[in-house]
Design a protein around this ligand. Structure first.
Ligand code: PHE
Length: 463
């Protein structure tokens, strides 16, 4: 029985083709992970949540929850070789358990659609800064001037919608062409180039005279600033930045050749992703303090700090343009992966071509994006629950749907799948495998659920 099951999983193949090499897979997952989450979102949530203590919780979440979830997603994807919904149904059935696990996949598909609806608006914002940078309008501009440029952009809903449309068009275009073509080359160039430019910015930020203020804001934990809602935000950020909890990495795992080491690939991606986020923090906070800005300014923070830095730098017009091109690329490669679960599902389930599926889902996401595009202008006073439409989408997806998806995914990999299946995929039964299994069965589920229940006030305080 067991050997026939093993043969079966070996013969199983993905409809959508394969990554050409281990490197291609690592690059694709890195392309998914590195994006607006690192450079746009990370600095501003750190700023809103008081700095060091938040960063510490975030790092702990990446290491002890994020990594095991990522490994679980990839191994499930590769074993199922289907879209996340079908993969969870299949693997559940294979273990003689309920096919209802597919609803975890469905929630992931929905989360991807909702996240991309706001992600694309911010991606468009980034694109518009390519043109602003190239025009030289940031050269020697003061903080006040740059703030008013930003407010001018976000205040005009037509401009925001236009760039959102442009970003979504680019995304649909790549997704329609297929998983691998184009993506691999783009990421191979983008990640090192982005890293290099961040180092140039770091040089400037060190010279700003406020580097130590930035450093201590990022790394000196003040635990008085931690509430359970802050801890939940840090955990959500860990999920968001690693692209986990919604099946993007699971979908990519379905195209992974059997020989590739899942453990090695996951560790590489998580390390690169974390490094870029920390680097972004090191660049941005000294600039915040040097210019008397508010760290809790919110989603527009990078769109003020970095133009100020570039505006005062030798060759700033050039560097700024290149930087926003790279950031747009990074956002683009993440956006592609946000769509992949939905597209793979439509292709497999409804027998559509990739191009048809990409256009259908893409149009839906584009339309939903207006909720966010209008949150910064026409509907900025329309507030409920967490704030504007954007604030609600952001909270619902990043703080609720991703951790919830993540907890169900590790419970599935740790409790529903049998030991043979998971150790076969992870290619190990030694110490690292045991550690993964322990984290997946106990630490991650208990940790996620505990933070959740605390944050929504369902667990009483002991003190
Ligand atoms: N990880 C991406 C980023 O940091 C966002 C993302 C989340 C992509 C979930 C795919 C899935 O920008």
């Amino acid at each position: 029985m067991l050997s026939s099951q093993t043969n079966d999983t070996e013969k199983r193949d993905s409809l959508h083709g394969h990554w050409s090499s281990r490197m291609a897979f690592v690059l694709a997952v890195t392309g998914s992970a590195v994006g607006l989450g690192n450079i746009w979102k990370f600095p501003y949530v750190v700023g809103q949540n008081g700095g060091g203590a938040f960063v510490l919780v975030y790092l702990a979440c990446v290491a002890i929850i994020g990594l095991p979830v990522m490994m679980a997603e990839i191994l499930m994807g590769r074993r199922g070789r289907r879209n996340p919904i079908a993969t969870m149904a299949l693997l559940g059935a294979e273990e003689g358990k309920s096919q209802n696990w597919r609803w975890v996949g469905s929630m992931g598909v929905l989360a991807g659609v909702l996240i991309l609806s706001f992600y694309s608006v911010i991606g468009g914002w980034t694109l518009s800064y390519v043109f602003k940078s190239a025009s030289g309008m940031f050269a020697n501009a003061t903080a006040a001037e740059i703030t008013s440029i930003r407010d001018g952009f976000t205040g005009s809903w037509t401009t925001v919608a236009l760039y959102h449309t442009l970003f979504m068009t680019l995304t649909i275009f790549v997704v329609a062409r297929g998983v691998e073509r184009g993506l691999e080359q783009a990421v191979r160039l983008m990640v090192p180039a982005l890293l290099l430019l961040m180092l140039v910015l770091l040089g400037y930020s060190i010279s700003s005279g406020y580097f130590s203020e930035g450093l201590s804001f990022l790394f000196t934990p003040d635990f008085d600033k931690l509430t359970w809602d802050t801890v939940l935000a840090a955990m959500g950020q860990a999920f968001f930045t690693l692209s986990i909890g919604m099946g993007a990495v699971m979908a990519y795992g379905a195209y992974l050749p059997k020989e590739t080491s899942i453990i090695g690939a996951s560790a590489t991606v998580a390390a690169a992703d974390t490094m870029i986020a920390i680097l972004a923090g090191l660049v941005i906070f000294p600039l915040v303090f040097a210019n008397g800005l508010d760290p809790a300014d919110g989603p527009g923070l990078v769109f003020i700090t970095l133009p100020i830095a570039f505006g005062h730098m030798q060759g700033g017009v050039f560097f700024a343009t290149v930087f926003f091109v790279l950031l747009s690329f990074a956002a683009w490669t993440s956006a592609i992966s946000l769509m992949e679960p939905a597209v793979a599902w439509i292709v497999e389930k409804f027998n559509r071509t990739r191009a048809q599926a990409a256009v259908m889902i893409g149009l839906l996401i584009w339309a939903a994006g207006f909720g966010t595009a209008l949150s910064f202008n026409v509907l900025s006073d329309f507030k409920f629950w967490r704030g504007t439409i954007f604030d609600n989408l952001d909270y619902l997806t990043i703080n609720i749907m991703l951790p919830l998806g993540g907890v169900l995914i590790v419970i599935f990999a740790g409790w529903v799948m049998c030991r043979n299946a998971t150790s076969d995929e992870l290619g190990s039964s030694g110490a690292i495998y045991k550690l993964w299994r322990f984290l997946s069965r106990y630490v991650a589920p208990v940790g996620i659920l505990f933070v959740f229940l605390k944050a929504i006030g369902l667990l009483p305080d002991l003190s």
